[in-house]
Design a binder for this molecule. Structure first.
Ligand code: 3H9
Length: 698
């Protein structure tokens, strides 16, 4: 008898129970256990029907991803599912929690499915760069038809039990969440009514009806834009199509297997699975014990009703936490609150929330012109513009007005958290909470620990991120922290490439071809290029050697980005599409002449190397200095804060794939050719190459 799968008979029903926490993933032990238990049920003359049900929080949530990349141990999942389906007694799956991937495939191998109302089903393999490889692409369309199967399999989205019942994926919806009782009752009904063994693989009517349809070509056309750069959605489509074009179920299964193998061997699968585990790992901070106490955040204050402050406030209202926004002038406060309302109304128009939810959330947000109203807040987040003097003034006032134990946070994207904390008598309660714009949308929350920030405050920051549905990454204090520090290096390199002959659109195209949703310059226009300009000016004033740039000329001409309808690109009213502008070409040409630069042809490869390797080199320095604890913290920061393509696993994982020796050689080459501190090889990078190791080995 297996430890993780048990067989018991209850009356006429042979009950197979899977118990493999946390999510009953189909490890080798579970696969073997299910097969053994089915065999026992087949042999048990008193069992008239069999029931598969799971203990714990969920039905089987898929194959055991941790086994991927290791040698496969028999039996494979497709064989187990076929073994279940071939059983000559009716087999019922009782679903609660989430029946996902291989879990849903097991359920589809059963002859009947019953689900509790709160259950969800889905085939999310595509999100891991895979396709359902245990018959999902062949069985699901036999129940739902092509279109719905394609939508579910290529998006990986979950379907609620009620909808699954309507689609024919689930045969019966229970009326309460007692899954075992629902399963037993349904299985008994199967026995009492003499329901037959009903195999999905033998149901061909939906396939026949849609043979020769153009649904697949149309679907692929749509995917070209939606799934740009991704392999898996296209292979998923091929696999579903095979259900309709193959001469038999077995032939379709063979095709599914081949396509699954292609994806299993791909770098995209490796990148996405790294991202999946990294996202879960970031919440486990080294040196911060799991049982660190956290403070309860029941009410929040936000300073600044601008784009950032408003977006931040929305996160709390969305999570049901009341929030008060402070502004200096009533007019600015009213404007900020009305923008928040407009944002909610736009979301409601798209059908993502109800009009009642708009009112509910707005009722959780109020405004004030004085910090006196912050005296009872558990957390106050300052989101004013980047001026150290102003921030220190605000923090010193907060220190006076806020209750003991309140957390004082800054949304600064670059400034020194310790210096901000020095304006208070409670530096242990001060932390950076760096949201990314638009703050109500972007999933990353960079949580910046100051030198004196207490563990309790750090742990509260991490817990808070989860509560407001962000991915929190705890990082150290330095200029730009993890994300912007690397971004600034890429930005400087991109500008220098244009100085010497590339066009902004060539640089941007290399980055979007790599998989970023936007290039460096289009992103700059979105954020406003006056920000970079004032940072450069500040640094020049401070005596740093910051070379002149053609971008300074753009700002001097009032081209600040999208907000002035012109920046590095120009824009048309009501459209955010960047349009190359001959006026900018002229500004760049004049700048080169002024600087005595003879422009040269710059290859896409050089652009890619200089934009990406400079980030990897900086990332290595960030690791070396302990600003990021692990390379996966950097990966997640870039995936969730800057749209780094998840299928490449993040910059450090990508670097490991490219080969650190190759990157170090290029870093040394550019150090010689281009010069600058940014190209000084990171000692950590050199050490790893010398030891033939990767970032992932640290
Ligand atoms: C597949 O099925 C391929 C087949 O078609 C073909 C095969 C031939 N394996 O997310 P959580 C861990 S591909 C191993 O924090 P939640 C997770 O790492 C698979 N481990 O909880 C975490 O561990 P830890 C298709 C897994 O409640 C813990 O469980 N299935 C797996 O927020 C809790 O996870 C999927 O893609 C797994 N499959 O969400 C489903 N899943 O505690 C992927 C989770 O050590 N999983 N873990 O950090 C999910 O979407 C979510 O985990 C789920 C629960 C919704 C289930």
């Amino acid at each position: 008898m297996s430890d993780v799968v048990t067989y018991n008979r209850e009356g006429a029903i042979g009950v197979i129970t899977v118990n493999y926490p946390p999510v009953n993933a189909l490890s080798h032990a579970v696969r073997t256990g299910i097969q053994g238990a089915i065999q026992q049920g087949r042999d048990d003359a008193d069992a008239k029907a069999l029931l598969i049900v799971c203990d714990g929080r969920t039905f089987i949530a898929g194959a055991d991803i941790r086994e991927f990349g290791k040698p496969m141990q028999e039996p494979g999942l497709p064989e187990v599912v076929n073994f279940i389906e071939a059983t000559d007694k009716p087999v019922v799956a009782a679903i609660h929690g989430t029946a996902l991937g291989g879990g849903l495939e097991v359920a589809l191998g059963c002859h009947y499915r019953v689900a509790v109302p709160s259950a969800k089903v889905g085939l999310p393999e595509v999100k891991l760069g895979l396709l359902p490889g245990a018959g999902g692409t062949q069985r699901l369309p036999r129940l739902t038809g092509a279109q719905k199967a394609l939508e579910m399999i290529t998006s990986g989205e979950f379907v609620a039990a009620k909808d699954a019942a309507q689609l024919g994926i689930v045969d019966e919806l229970a009326d309460n969440d007692d899954v075992k009782a629902a399963g037993l009752a349904f299985a008994q009904k199967v026995v009492d009514e003499g329901k037959p063994v009903r195999r999905v693989s033998e149901q061909n009517d939906k396939l026949e009806a849609e043979k020769g349809s153009d649904v697949f070509d149309k679907f692929r056309e749509g995917l070209k834009k939606k799934a740009r750069g991704l392999l898996a959605p296209f292979k998923c489509t091929d696999a579903v199509e095979a259900a309709f074009t193959s001469a038999s179920f077995e032939e379709g299964m063979k095709r599914e297997r081949e396509l699954f193998g292609d994806l299993m061997d791909s770098d995209q699968r490796a990148g996405l699975i790294h991202a999946f585990f990294a996202e879960r790992e970031v919440s486990k901070v080294p040196g911060l014990p799991k049982d660190t106490p956290v403070r309860e955040i029941k009410t929040v204050g936000v300073i600044g009703a601008g784009t950032m402050g408003g977006g931040i406030a929305m996160n709390f209202a969305n999570a049901g936490i009341p929030v008060t926004i402070a502004e200096v002038k009533q007019e600015a406060l009213d404007k900020g609150l009305s923008i928040i309302r407009k944002n909610y109304e736009a979301t409601a128009k798209k059908g993502r929330i109800t009009p009642e939810q708009v009112e509910e959330r707005m009722s959780l947000i109020d405004g004030t012109l004085t910090y006196d109203d912050f005296k009872d807040k558990d957390l106050v987040i300052e989101a004013v513009f980047e001026s150290m003097d102003l921030k220190k003034k605000i923090f010193s006032e907060l220190d006076e007005k806020c209750k003991p134990g309140a957390i004082l946070a800054s949304n600064t994207s670059t400034l020194d958290i310790d210096e901000i904390a020095s304006a208070t008598k409670r530096p242990e309660d001060v932390i950076g909470l760096h949201f990314f714009s638009p703050a109500n949308v972007m999933k990353l929350l960079e949580i910046v620990r100051g030198e004196k920030t207490s563990d309790e405050v750090k742990a509260t920051g991490m817990a808070l991120a989860k509560k407001i549905k962000k991915v929190g990454v705890l990082v150290g204090n330095c200029n730009g922290f993890v994300g912007n520090r690397m971004l600034h290096k890429r930005g400087a390199e991109a500008m220098a490439l244009v100085d010497h002959g590339a066009s902004p659109q060539q640089v941007d195209k290399v980055l979007t071809d790599f998989g970023f949703p936007m290039g460096q310059f289009a992103m700059g226009d979105l954020a406003g290029i006056d920000i970079g300009h004032s940072i450069r000016e500040e640094r020049r004033k401070a005596g740093e050697d910051v070379p002149p740039s053609w971008m300074d000329k753009l700002v001097e001409k009032g081209r600040l980005g999208q907000k002035t309808m012109a920046g590095t690109y120009k824009y048309e009213e009501g459209n955010r599409k960047p349009i190359p502008d001959p006026e900018v070409d002229q500004i760049i040409a004049d700048f080169r002449k002024e600087q005595g630069i003879e422009p040269r042809e710059i290859s896409d490869q050089e652009i890619l190397e200089r934009c990406m390797y400079v980030m990897v080199n900086e990332g290595a320095k960030i690791l070396d200095e302990g600003i990021a604890d692990r390379s996966l913290d950097i990966d997640i920061t870039w995936i969730y804060g800057y749209g780094f393509p998840a299928y490449r696993g993040g910059p450090m994982f990508w670097a490991d794939q490219i080969g650190l020796d190759k990157i170090l050689d290029a870093v040394k080459k550019y150090h010689k050719e281009v010069g600058g501190k940014q190209w000084e090889p990171s000692p950590l990078l050199e050490k790893l190459v010398a030891e033939n190791k990767k970032f992932g080995d640290l």
